[in-house]
Design a protein around this ligand. Structure first.
Ligand SMILES: Nc1ncnc2c1ncn2[C@@H]1O[C@H](COP(=O)(O)OP(=O)(O)OP(=O)(O)O)[C@@H](O)[C@H]1O
Length: 334
């Protein structure tokens, strides 16, 4: 666990970057630090690995004050990923990833073999290993940046806007891969972003900062969406927060109606809704593993206002109209 205890940072010149921050980042979880530009996110992150020294207060890792740790030893246990990846331009992709383990005493051969494996884990085939950073796309460079930070297998990762230099489609893909990786690795991660969607998607917990380096609210994404602490947080998480909160609700408990009126094939799979010019597309289907947001979207897009649920074999096994969904949500609130 990383603990900020009443931490203040005032830079020379007088601007208060972080104002009495008390915050816990649980072990094995990703905590997103989010907020508008200049609200002290990066400063907070860099105080964890002592790139910045607090003016007052303490930062503890598993109860131990980082100020009392040997700086080099501290940083060996903390991976650091930044925007634009910050790769060594004159080293190959493989050596970018293998450098730190070699510095830590592994043989070059061992380090390179491990680096190849890591590159594969972040979605880069061996073909990329011999290239130089300039010969990669932005998204590929970010992947190498993540692989490099993971190479020393640090228990803690600090990530400063790691996905912001790439276009939305690539970012989405990196998010998915990163979540899968984190599910396996369970690192303690502090991730700085100004993008609330990214914070909500990736964070187990989200800490919202406001101007002047003050913490506005910390909680799970669900808590933030359901009960923003004040107008600032409400505005920051967005006006569509009710709809977005449905992303965290499973469709598993949603009652369904029997399948009726839908055209099915021989295996019971949906073909479409009856229409004058042949079957009308259902617009997709959902399963018990999907979120209520998916169900809402399907019901809204459906030509008849009904979302179709399918079982593991793809056969239709239930229907939900947008009225059913509204009743279900209203029933849960009362
Ligand atoms: N080295 C420095 N010297 C003086 N002031 C600084 C320094 N670094 C940051 N600041 C100031 O401290 C405040 C917080 O900066 P910080 O970079 O931590 O914010 P941030 O939330 O990460 O912003 P952004 O999202 O724009 O990167 C800002 O007002 C900034 O100008």
């Amino acid at each position: 666990m990383i603990t900020f205890e009443d931490v203040v940072k005032v830079y020379p010149g007088g601007s208060t970057a972080v104002d009495h921050l008390s915050l816990e980042l649980p072990t094995g979880k990703l905590t997103a630090l989010v907020g508008p530009s200049g609200c002290g996110k990066t400063t907070s992150l860099r105080m964890i690995n002592r790139m910045v020294t607090p003016t007052s207060g303490r930062i503890l890792i598993d109860g131990e004050d980082v100020a009392e740790r040997d700086e080099a030893a501290l940083r060996r246990g903390i991976g650091y990923v930044i925007q634009h990846a910050g790769l060594f331009p004159h080293r190959t992709v493989l050596d970018n990833v293998a450098t730190v383990p070699v510095l830590l005493g592994r043989t070059r051969r061992e380090a390179r073999a491990a680096a190849l494996e890591l590159l594969e884990r972040v979605g880069l085939s061996a073909d990329f290993a011999k290239r130089y950073p300039a010969q990669l796309s932005g998204g590929q460079q970010q992947r190498v940046g993540v692989a490099r930070a993971l190479a020393a297998d640090p228990p803690i990762m600090l990530m400063d806007e790691p996905f912001s230099a790439v276009d939305p489609v690539v970012r989405e893909q990196l998010h998915r891969e990163f979540l899968r990786l984190q599910e396996d690795l369970g690192k303690t991660i502090a991730l700085v972003t100004h993008d609330i969607d990214e914070a909500i998607k990736l964070g187990d917990r989200v800490a919202v900062f406001r101007q002047g380096g003050r913490l506005a609210q910390v909680g799970t994404p669900q808590e933030l969406l359901a009960a923003p602490a004040d107008d600032f947080v409400a505005e920051f998480v967005g006006r569509d927060r009710g709809l977005r909160a449905l992303s965290f609700d499973s469709a598993a408990g949603l009652p369904v109606r029997p399948v009726d009126g839908l055209i099915l094939d021989d295996a019971g799979r949906p073909v479409g809704w009856p229409g004058d010019d042949g079957p009308r597309d259902t617009g997709g289907t959902f399963t018990k593993d999907d979120s209520l947001r998916v169900v809402a979207d399907l019901a809204i897009r459906s030509p008849v206002g009904v979302a179709v649920r399918v079982g593991p074999d793809g056969a239709a096994d239930g229907l939900v109209s947008h009225h059913d969904l509204a009743d279900y949500l209203a029933g849960r609130r009362s």
